[in-house]
Design a protein around this ligand. Structure first.
Ligand code: HEM
Length: 457
């Protein structure tokens, strides 16, 4: 392995993109960041070894700054194992199938709102964010609230700015020590943003509690009915475990906070990235629309599970968009014991950063056209030799994305409705798209998509 001594000094004062650039030196390197030993990997075989190992189930320490230590994304494997097992069915295939009518309804509503802006350049990401929020609140929490309005905008601002504060702290190692951090403006902003965010999640929780306790007197207890049919949503399951005193109130709150952050921005950015690519590459947009014309009789026909299975070209397009825009651009793990890899050993307590963005842009794996948008690369005949851990937008192994099925279904439904109703164009070229690889990837171009009514049939 190549030793990179004093790496911390090299990254101080650099922005995210420069830090990612500076990792271009070797495939497996390590560096001391103060007292912390950090490893960097970007090969699919190393990803596989790390993501499938029980020694690497713990998340890297910078995630500790994200304030929800007991939510699924960050919790210690001891807590995580039991929570993950309990929550898996709430986002499993059976539940996702039952969510399809909601996804259809929320996306139709979004398209109606977009229609008011016909023949304009719009910030489509905002629409996508609010529709994702609307869907998650309805499917995972069971509230049919209207979120595609200023309420959604407010949650969007809170989540985006809070993520930026956390990212800021991670990048500046002198802010890692909390007594120093507390003196900064960043801390003041972060505290205020989290206060507002908690107001929303705690109020949601309280309303559900009231809702349920009112129903307790009736024969039909919502929790019991859902439990018996094994069709509890995320919030019902969490509350049931709290009632049974298996989870604390704080654990339930943190699962809620985590789910909101993990599900909405991710789905919205993935959709935005796909839409930008389709707007730049009109020939691919037409091919996806042709696929929709084969599948659907009408412009507004709701998407069913059978339709989803037939959207095979759209699936390639989304995979290729997620290669260009990996929503979680790097994964971080901490070794819980000495971890043997490639004939060497990563010592216990080290931090490992798995650089997904760099793996996705490596010509060694994807060939000379690596920077082009070429969905056909994922056709079975072209990807037969790909390493199974090369394309992992939802991560892989036991700590992969719990919302993968949910994400696929909601993205395909959203794109199917948007593309049936609108023709999307942009002035951007692929090289003009600016990304910020933070904790979650951000696409910085705003007002980039022009929408027109599409001629259907
Ligand atoms: C296109 C959309 C999405 C992408 C690309 C995505 C990607 C990911 C990735 C890469 C991870 C693993 C992070 C790591 O290993 O450090 C993850 C974890 C997670 N995701 Fe997603 N995600 C998406 C949508 C969703 C949705 C819709 C939900 C929930 C409804 C969700 C909930 C979660 C949760 C709770 C975790 C933590 C899982 C655990 O540690 O057990 N995600 N996601």
């Amino acid at each position: 392995y190549q030793t990179v001594i004093g790496y911390a000094l090299k990254i101080i004062g650099k922005n995210n993109e420069q830090i990612f650039e500076s990792f271009k030196t070797s495939e497996l390197s390590y560096a001391w960041c103060g007292p912390v030993l950090c490893f960097h990997v970007d090969r699919p075989e190393d990803f596989q070894a790390i993501l499938t190992s029980n020694i690497c189930l713990k998340k890297a320490f910078p995630y500790d700054f994200a304030n929800s230590p007991n939510g699924l994304t960050l919790s210690h494997p001891r807590i995580w194992k039991n929570h993950r097992r309990a929550l898996n069915p709430t986002l499993g295939q059976k539940m996702v199938n039952s969510f399809l009518p909601i996804f259809n309804e929320k996306v139709e509503k979004m398209c109606n709102l977009m229609e008011r802006k016909l023949n304009n350049d719009i910030d489509i990401y905002r629409f996508l964010f609010n529709a994702s929020l609307d869907s998650v609140v309805c499917t995972a929490f069971g509230f049919n609230w209207s979120m595609q309005n200023s309420r959604g905008d407010e949650i969007h601002n809170i989540i985006t700015l809070a993520l930026r504060c956390i990212q800021n702290r991670i990048q500046k190692c002198w802010l890692w020590w909390t007594p120093i951090y507390k003196f900064t403006q960043n801390y003041t902003w972060e505290t205020e943003l989290f206060r507002k965010f908690y107001q929303f999640t705690r109020a949601t929780l309280e309303l559900k509690r009231i809702d349920l306790s009112e129903k307790l007197d009736h024969e039909e207890n919502e929790l019991a009915a859902a439990k018996n049919g094994n069709r509890q949503n995320f919030l019902q399951k969490s509350l049931q475990l709290e009632l049974e005193q298996k989870w604390t109130e704080e654990e339930v709150c943190q699962e809620l906070d985590t789910l909101l952050v993990a599900s909405i921005d991710t789905t919205a950015t993935a959709l935005y990235g796909t839409i930008i690519m389709l707007a730049i590459h009109q020939e691919y947009q037409e091919r996806v629309v042709d696929e929709m014309r084969e599948i659907f009789e009408s412009i507004n026909e709701p998407v069913t599970n059978d339709h989803l299975k037939r959207m095979t070209f759209l699936e390639l397009v989304i995979k290729e968009a997620l290669r260009h825009f990996p929503i979680v651009p790097f994964l971080g793990r901490e070794t819980m014991d000495d971890f043997p890899i490639n004939g060497g050993v990563i010592p216990k307590g080290s931090q490992i950063f798995l650089n997904v963005l760099r793996m996705n842009k490596n010509p060694k794996y994807y060939g000379e056209n690596v920077n082009e948008f070429y969905p056909e690369r994922f056709l079975p005949e072209n990807s037969a030799n790909f390493h199974p851990y090369l394309s992992i937008p939802f991560s892989a192994g036991p700590r992969n994305c719990i919302g993968e099925r949910y994400g696929w279904a909601s993205m395909k439904i959203a794109l199917s409705h948007i593309l049936r109703r609108f023709k999307l164009t942009t002035k951007l070229r692929i090289q003009d798209v600016i990304i910020e690889p933070s904790l979650l990837l951000r696409i910085c171009n705003e007002d980039a998509i022009h929408i027109e009514q599409r001629e259907w049939k």
